[in-house]
Design a protein. Structure first.
Length: 317
C-alpha cells in the first residue's frame, strides 16, 4: 500500500511562516497539495507596484534618471501591470476575467479594487514612494557581494540593496528572503541602517517580525546589523514609526522558525476558519468552507506518512 504524503519546500520564508500560523489548512492546500489558486488583482497590482518602484529607484541610482511625474510613472506601472497579468494567467490557468477583486465596495468603486482601480491608484502610490524617497534623509545602500571574475576567480562587487536576496540558516531551517530596500544614513558616528519593506495593501503589519527576519539575514549574508526597520505604506504614502530591531534577540527570531518547522514536520495543518475565508484563493478545496472540490484531494487527517522536504534550491519563497 502506497503512503499518502506531501512534499514541502525545505526552506521557510516569513510569508510561509505567517501563512502556516494563520491557517495550517491553507498552507497545506497551497504548498502541500499545490491546488489551483484563484488569483486576485491585489497580488497582480501589488507585484506591479513593487516592480515599478524598483525600476524607478534603479534608474535614479544607476543612471541618474529622476522620474517624478504621474504620466511617466503611469506608463512604467502599466507595463509591469500588463506583464504580471499575462504571467499570472499563464501559471494559474485562470483567465483574467476570473481574478478576484478585493477591498471594500464604495460609491466610486462599486466593484471593489478592479484592474481599473489599480491602474488609477498604482501609479499614484508609486509617485508617493518617489516623493518619500526623495525627502528621506536615508539613501538606498550598497552591499558587497561575491562576483565571478573573468579569470574564473571569485572577487567582490557592490550591489544596490534593492530586492536583496538572503539565504541563511535560522532555527534549524534555511530561510529565504528578499528585502525590498536596505537604506542607510551616514553620520559622524558611522552609518545607520534601516530595513524597509513596501506595502501596497490596506493592512498595516501588527509587528516588526518580518523586519526582524531580514535583520537576521543581513547579519548572516552581508555582515550588516541594521538598527531600525519600517514598513512603507503605499496607500498612505508614509512609513510606520521605525522599530528598534535590536530589541529582540536573534534567538527569539529563530525560535519562531524552529517551531514552525516542527509544526510542518509533524503534519499539523489544522484549518482555522475566520472572516478571511471568503477571500481565500483555495477555499474551493477547503472542507471547513464547504469547498466543492474538498473531497477530490487527501486532507491532512488522511495522510499516512510525514511530509517530505524538497531540496532547498528547488523551493520557491
Amino acid at each position: 500500500m502506497t503512503d499518502v504524503t506531501i512534499d514541502l519546500p525545505a526552506n521557510l520564508s516569513y510569508s510561509q511562516k505567517s501563512n502556516l500560523a494563520e491557517c495550517g489548512g491553507r498552507y497545506y492546500l497551497e504548498r502541500g497539495q499545490k491546488v489551483p489558486q484563484r488569483p486576485g488583482w491585489a497580488n497582480v497590482g501589488g507585484t506591479a507596484a513593487h516592480s515599478a518602484t524598483e525600476e524607478l529607484d534603479r534608474r535614479l541610482y544607476e543612471s541618474g534618471e529622476h522620474i517624478d511625474t504621474l504620466p511617466e510613472i503611469g506608463e512604467i506601472f502599466q507595463s509591469f501591470f500588463d506583464q504580471e497579468t499575462t504571467k499570472t494567467e499563464g501559471y494559474s490557468k485562470f483567465d483574467r476575467s476570473e481574478f478576484r477583486a478585493s477591498g471594500r465596495a464604495s460609491k466610486e468603486w462599486p466593484e471593489k479594487e478592479t484592474p481599473l482601480w489599480w491602474q488609477r491608484k498604482g501609479p499614484e502610490m508609486c509617485l508617493a514612494w518617489v516623493r518619500w524617497r526623495d525627502a528621506s534623509p536615508f539613501q538606498i545602500a550598497t552591499v558587497e557581494v561575491d562576483d565571478l571574475l573573468e579569470n574564473g576567480n571569485v572577487g567582490t562587487a557592490l550591489r544596490l540593496a534593492i530586492e536583496l536576496e538572503c539565504r541563511f540558516p535560522l532555527g534549524g531551517v534555511e530561510i529565504h528572503a528578499f528585502i525590498d530596500r536596505l537604506m542607510v544614513q551616514d553620520t559622524p558616528d558611522g552609518p545607520i541602517y534601516l530595513v524597509l519593506d513596501l506595502k501596497f495593501g490596506s493592512r498595516e503589519p501588527a509587528s516588526p517580525d518580518q523586519l526582524l527576519t531580514y535583520r537576521a539575514g543581513l547579519i548572516a549574508d552581508y555582515g550588516i546589523d541594521p538598527k531600525y526597520g519600517t514598513y512603507w505604506m503605499g496607500r498612505k504614502g508614509i512609513n510606520t514609526p521605525p522599530a528598534d530591531l535590536h530589541a529582540a534577540s536573534i534567538e527569539e527570531i529563530a525560535y519562531d522558525y524552529e517551531k514552525a518547522q516542527e509544526q510542518r514536520l509533524r503534519g499539523d495543518f489544522r484549518y482555522k476558519p475566520s472572516m478571511l475565508c471568503g477571500s481565500c484563493s483555495v477555499n474551493a478545496y477547503c472542507p471547513k468552507w464547504g469547498g466543492e472540490y474538498a473531497k477530490t484531494i487527501p486532507q491532512p487527517w488522511e495522510l499516512t506518512a510525514p511530509p517530505t522536504l524538497r531540496p532547498p534550491r528547488d523551493a520557491v519563497s
